[in-house]
Structure formats: C-alpha cells, structure tokens
Design a protein around this ligand. Structure first.
Ligand code: NI
Length: 133
C-alpha cells in the first residue's frame, strides 16, 4: 500500500465563474483564485468545504487537455489527486501495477510548480499524482 494522501478532487466545468458561484451557494469558499495553467491551457480554481478540497478545471482554449473530456462527460468530478513524498518511486510502482501514464510529469503552476502526472486505471479511471516538495 502506498503512503498517499488525498490532496483534492478534480472537477471538470465548462464555465468556471458560474461553477464558482454555484459552489459558493453550496457553502464552499475559494481558497485560491482562478489562475491560468499555460501547460494544459486550462483555468484552475481551488475551493474548500468541510475539509474537502475541489479543483475546478475549465478549458481556456479549444485544444486544452480537458476539451475532449468535457464534451464527453459534461460538468463532473473526474479525478482524485494523491500527493506523495516519493514521487518517482510511487509513479514507477503505479505504472507497474495497472496504472498507465497519460502524460509526463509536468509542473503544475496552480500548485506551486510541484510536478504532477495523470494516470489511467481500467477499474477506477483517472488519478493524479502530485509530488510533495
Ligand atoms: Ni487535479
């Protein structure tokens, strides 16, 4: 078992400002204002309620990494992000145990430039692995 810690739940949304408004109505608060991630061409905002952190992700561009996903799945939670102090080791372990990397480790501007990588699993779908620095 890997010593992973849940960092956030990624939530795909078409219009980030409308999504923020709706989550505020549900009692969430913005913990990090919307920023633009130029690596992935998405807008990202972090919100929190009752200790749960959600990451709103919205395409900034027609060829963003989530444009296709949003067309297929509409507004929906779509990944759980796990943080690890052993990024390389756990990334390697996961790729040998049923998880397939769908991109390379890349800095996440919305999370202090820490590296993240996305992986797919046939039974549970997409996860994100985040390094602790
Ligand atoms: Ni995420």
């Amino acid at each position: 078992m890997l010593p992973l810690k849940v960092h956030h739940i990624g939530y795909l949304v078409k219009k980030i400002d409308s999504a923020i408004h709706s989550f505020i109505q549900l009692g969430y608060t913005v913990i990090q204002d919307t920023i633009f991630d130029s690596f992935r061409k998405v807008h990202i905002c972090f919100m929190e309620k009752d200790g749960y952190v959600i990451e709103l992700v919205s395409p900034a561009d027609g060829d963003s990494v989530v444009t296709g996903l949003l067309k297929k799945y509409k507004n929906t939670p779509y990944h759980i992000c796990y943080e690890t102090v052993s990024f390389e080791k756990d990334f390697h372990f996961l790729t040998e145990h049923g998880f397939t990397a769908i991109d390379s480790p890349t800095p996440a501007p919305a999370i202090g430039g820490r590296r993240v990588v996305f992986l797919m699993n046939a039974s549970i779908g997409m996860i994100e692995l985040l390094e602790v620095v």
